[in-house]
Design a protein around this ligand. Structure first.
Ligand SMILES: *[C@@H]1O[C@H](CO)[C@@H](O)[C@H](O)[C@H]1NC(C)=O
Ligand SMILES: *[C@@H]1O[C@H](CO)[C@@H](O)[C@H](O)[C@H]1NC(C)=O
Ligand SMILES: *[C@@H]1O[C@H](CO)[C@@H](O)[C@H](O)[C@H]1NC(C)=O
Ligand SMILES: *[C@@H]1O[C@H](CO)[C@@H](O)[C@H](O)[C@H]1NC(C)=O
Ligand SMILES: *[C@@H]1O[C@H](CO)[C@@H](O)[C@H](O)[C@H]1NC(C)=O
Ligand SMILES: *[C@@H]1O[C@H](CO)[C@@H](O)[C@H](O)[C@H]1NC(C)=O
Ligand SMILES: *[C@@H]1O[C@H](CO)[C@@H](O)[C@H](O)[C@H]1NC(C)=O
Ligand SMILES: *[C@@H]1O[C@H](CO)[C@@H](O)[C@H](O)[C@H]1NC(C)=O
Ligand SMILES: *[C@@H]1O[C@H](CO)[C@@H](O)[C@H](O)[C@H]1NC(C)=O
Ligand SMILES: *[C@@H]1O[C@H](CO)[C@@H](O)[C@H](O)[C@H]1NC(C)=O
Ligand SMILES: [Ca+2]
Length: 385
């Protein structure tokens, strides 16, 4: 009975994280009004007389029609000094607003790719289309717009950033299908795991038609990361169980190491200095035809060890463990991939990490403290009775 209640309560907490519609015309399927008469072209430059429903624009902004898009075929290209923005209102207290969007290659014969700057009121990140990272000609990226209180306006700004003076041979970014997901600032803390989000269930939303996961780029801070409670070095792919082999739950991380190692890092809560802990995790492959010899370096406190897996690329997973002594109350835990692996189709891929658990101290000297959630549940359970 108590377990049943706990489950329902957790479900309620988790379901409060489901995405809802915040943006108007997030997929640009509502066409601009007063378009210049040039309907034949696959892209039309918006002028002062045009309006794009839901959005304000400045600079060179084109309305693009193409078959190689994630939805029914309309998107926006930000040309020279091109900028679009939309303000939405935060709903609910203490939520993180996490954006996922599709970035599409802006042309074929360009010598340089312009960046796409994505900003919230106090956050900013620059993205650029990268080759060999997806099987299709678009990629999903994510950005954490931060934590906002009920009713606060959040102005989302997307802007092109040229890196080259020869703007004629620049590929300008095309964007489509924006999705905002909210995640409670206070995450469910499982008793029996001294890590938060060790199963990677709290992360960016997946675009409806995407089969390629969501890319999370370098973010040094746990708080600013779209992958809650984990910082990212290099690039990782957030993968969903509908399209990939995920060892546990609905999501996991695939580490994509390019030239330099990539990885993820977090910190434990409530470890005591000098106590020994057992860290366990699952290392596997995403069933994305990623064959190779995976080498993953695991660092826990001051203990470091490399783990290897021969991958067939057919969705394997193996549990590993590492015993470490905590060097402080918040011991650092990191996973770094040293393998540069590509599929036969030249798409970057790598090892999958999931089910990261730091178990209560070995020897059992200190008993596990019940988490606040358990306390609330017990309280509510008693109240219901
Ligand atoms: C419009 O498209 C048709 C068929 O693709 C083509 O024959 C015609 O020349 C185009 N007109 C202009 C103005 O581009
Ligand atoms: C905008 O509309 C006005 C009035 O119809 C017209 O005179 C003007 O040339 C238009 N501007 C552009 C850039 O098309
Ligand atoms: C998914 O793609 C199909 C065809 O490309 C399109 O008809 C559909 O509207 C898309 N769904 C969403 C939610 O964008
Ligand atoms: C875009 O930003 C400007 C301020 O920079 C603001 O006045 C305008 O309302 C914003 N547009 C939308 C659609 O929110
Ligand atoms: C790109 O370059 C190739 C070969 O140089 C050429 O055949 C093709 O027409 C070009 N495409 C565009 C869109 O300019
Ligand atoms: C990227 O993919 C293309 C073809 O898809 C291939 O020609 C190229 O060598 C790949 N680049 C790298 C760095 O592997
Ligand atoms: C860029 O293209 C425009 C028109 O296509 C042309 O007039 C201009 O000279 C070009 N600029 C450069 C630097 O090539
Ligand atoms: C750590 O946990 C794993 C998996 O539960 C177990 O196989 C291993 O024996 C544990 N190590 C220690 C030292 O308890
Ligand atoms: C793990 O492997 C990497 C790459 O081969 C190496 O640089 C690193 O020193 C190794 N770490 C340990 C703890 O053996
Ligand atoms: C790899 O594939 C072969 C043949 O498809 C299979 O026999 C073998 O068990 C696989 N190994 C792993 C680790 O999945
Ligand atoms: Ca998981």
């Amino acid at each position: 009975m108590a377990m049943w209640f706990l489950r329902i309560f957790m479900l309620l907490l988790v379901s409060s994280c489901v995405s809802s519609d915040f943006l108007e015309n997030p997929d640009f399927e509502s066409p601009p009004l007063n378009l210049p008469k040039n309907l034949n072209a696959s892209s039309v430059s918006l002028d002062q007389n045009s309006t794009l429903p839901g959005w304000t624009f400045q600079g060179t902004v084109l309305y693009v029609t193409s078959l190689e898009l994630p939805d029914t075929g309309h998107a926006v290209q930000l040309g020279e000094d091109g900028k679009i923005n939309q303000t939405f209102i935060a709903k609910g207290d203490d939520l993180n607003y996490i954006l996922t969007f599709a970035l599409i290659r802006g042309g074929q014969n360009c010598s340089s790719s312009a960046g796409l700057s994505v900003s919230g009121p106090d956050s900013n990140a620059v993205f650029s289309y990268r080759d060999n990272i997806s099987k299709v000609s678009w990629q999903s990226y994510s950005h954490n717009l931060g934590r906002w209180g009920n009713g606060e306006p959040i102005n989302l700004v997307l802007e092109s950033q040229a890196i080259d003076s020869d703007t004629n041979s620049t590929c300008w970014p095309i964007i489509d299908t924006l999705l905002i997901k909210t995640i409670g600032v206070t995450l469910v803390q499982e008793s029996g795991n001294l890590l938060t989000n060790g199963g990677f269930e709290s992360g960016p939303g997946f675009l409806p038609n995407s089969t390629e996961g969501v890319l999370i780029e370098e973010v040094p801070s746990l708080i600013q990361s779209a992958l809650r409670q984990w910082s990212v070095i290099g690039t990782v792919r957030y993968i969903d169980s509908e399209h990939f082999h995920v060892p546990e739950g609905k999501a996991a991380i695939e580490i994509l190491a390019d030239k330099a190692p990539s990885g993820i890092q977090t910190a434990t809560r409530d470890t005591s200095e000098g106590s020994r802990y057992n860290l366990t995790f699952t290392l596997g492959d995403a069933n994305d035809a990623c064959r190779g010899h995976f080498v993953v370096g695991v660092q826990a406190g001051s203990t470091a060890q490399n783990f290897t897996l021969e991958s067939n690329g057919t969705g394997s997973g193996e549990k590993f463990g590492l015993v470490f002594e905590a060097d402080k109350a918040a011991a650092q835990i990191s996973f770094t991939s040293y393998s540069v692996t590509m599929t036969k189709e030249d798409v970057l891929c790598g090892p999958v990490i999931d089910e990261v658990i730091v178990h209560p101290p070995l020897g059992g000297a200190t008993s596990v403290k019940p988490t606040w959630l358990l306390l609330i549940c017990v309280f509510l359970y008693v109240a219901v009775l």
